[in-house]
Design a protein around this ligand. Structure first.
Ligand code: UD1
Ligand code: PEP
Length: 416
């Protein structure tokens, strides 16, 4: 457990390359179990959750080589159908392996996944989708036993466009007999990325990015090489960092279209933003105007950018309203931000944030991954020395954050 020590008040300036997307890399790594051949993923971020996923794959019997940002997974044989408990409980995305394990082995023994505490995060939709494909599921305390003789294509209608349930249903259906249709599927760019890897592996799938996905099961998938898409949440976090430090940044290796929600809000608030094919430029010269945003599934505003935008709002010229509809307990950073003089009140699912001219330094404690990133932004904005502890949350999802920020002029160091 370490902490960041940040001397804030310095406008960030310069160029920074955005890493591969955490929320793509994790389901892509799960997909690697669907073939005994090697799958090579480029642009894979070196972050805590990917290291945990690597550990799980190795415990299941896969050979994994992770060099630079390229990870090679060869799951020639799977040695156990039981997920390693400690690692599985560490990350939410261990649940994605359920679909792959059932596709490949027809059996799996699972623990409820871990991850950040941002809401109840049930997995009922994942399990309902798998039951539709013919999986028998027995839940015993914290352990879930899943088995099937044959996976059969089915018509699945999700009651909410859950990202994880969509990905799990896709992964299980790839090697099922017959056709699977997923209605009310999540439309996130990471689902399109998963489809692209599965197509490269010889799968038959279409429709990702729309709410209806159709999969024709095949009897086997083969190895492939694929590049993870850029992380739209990391990109959004850097845009917010430019806004709160009133700086000027150029983000490289980014898909501007995937960052639309954040770009539109910041532009509407007065930030100057230029979009190029795979880069973004932002300049913020003074205080931004207040804004209203509501998180919702893609293409609406992403919940994973809500906390960072609370810091932007904390420095705006008026009252902003930020409403969280995706997770029921994702406002814990607000109390931490108040330590730096933020004026905010949470009523129901909304935070009403009355912007102040400047934040002051404080000793913050990260409450979760994105909440932790928000506290780093607050510390960068506040003139003087702040600390952010429990940074293991932040390490789950941001690659080399302190190095990237230092290269933009920030005074930040890690203390272990
Ligand atoms: C690794 C990964 O990709 N994580 C992302 C994924 O999480 P994750 O896949 O867990 O998020 P979901 O889209 O599934 O969850 C959205 C909402 O649906 C609820 N729900 C979900 C499944 C289910 O079976 N039952 C149920 O009630 C959840 O509790 C939550 O309130 O999408 C979230 C929403 O964009 C992001 O914040 C996470 O960063
Ligand atoms: C909530 C997040 O991730 P996870 O679903 O992996 O907990 C996130 O990336 O903000």
């Amino acid at each position: 457990m370490g902490r960041f020590i940040i001397n804030g008040g310095i406008p960030l300036r310069g160029e920074v390359a955005v890493s591969g997307a955490k929320n793509s890399a994790l389901p892509l790594l799960a997909a690697c179990l669907l073939t005994e051949e090697e799958v090579v993923l480029h642009n894979c971020p070196r972050i805590g959750d990917v290291f945990s996923m690597q550990g799980i794959l190795e415990k299941l019997g896969a050979h994994v080589r992770f060099s630079g940002n390229t990870i090679c997974v060869a799951a020639k044989e799977i040695e156990t159908v039981a997920m390693p408990e400690k690692l599985s409980k560490k990350i939410r995305s261990s649940i994605f392996l359920l679909g792959s394990m059932l596709g490949r082995m027809r059996r799996a023994v699972f623990q409820y996944p871990g991850g950040c505490e941002i809401g109840a995060r049930p997995i009922d939709q994942h399990l309902d989708a798998l039951r539709k494909l013919g999986v028998e599921i027995e839940e015993e305390m914290d352990t879930i036993h899943c088995r099937t003789e044959v996976l059969r294509g089915a018509h699945i209608r999700l009651s909410y466009p859950s990202v994880g349930a969509t990905e799990n249903a896709i992964l299980a259906a790839m090697l099922a007999e017959g056709t699977t249709t997923i209605e009310n599927a999540a439309r996130e760019p990471e689902i399109v990325d998963l489809q692209n890897l599965l197509l490269a592996m010889g799968g038959k799938i279409r429709g990702a990015g729309n709410s209806r996905i159709v999969i024709e099961g095949v009897s086997r998938l083969h190895g492939a090489e694929h590049t993870c898409i850029p992380d739209r949440i990391e990109a959004g976090t850097f845009l917010a960092a430019a806004a709160v430090t009133r700086g000027e940044l150029r983000l490289l290796s980014v898909n501007p279209g995937d960052v639309r929600g954040t770009i539109d809000i910041l532009r509407g608030a007065g930030a100057r933003i230029r979009e190029e094919e795979d880069s973004l430029w932002i300049r913020v010269g003074g205080r931004l105007e207040p804004f209203h945003l509501t998180t919702n599934p893609y293409p609406d505003f992403p919940t994973d950018m809500q906390a960072q935008m609370c810091v932007v709002a904390a420095l705006c010229n008026g009252v902003s309203r930020i409403t969280e509809t995706v997770f029921e307990n994702r406002m814990r950073h607000i109390d931490e931000l108040k330590k730096a003089g933020a004026e905010a009140e949470v009523k129901g699912h909304s935070a009403y944030i009355s912007g102040v001219y400047s934040l002051h330094p404080a000793d913050f404690t990260a409450t979760d991954l994105r909440g932790g990133a928000a506290l780093v932004l607050a510390a960068l904005a506040a003139q003087g020395q702040s600390t952010v502890s429990r940074i293991e949350y932040i390490d789950r999802g941001y690659e080399a954050l302190e190095y990237k920020l230092s290269s933009l002029g920030a005074d930040i160091r890690r203390e272990c």
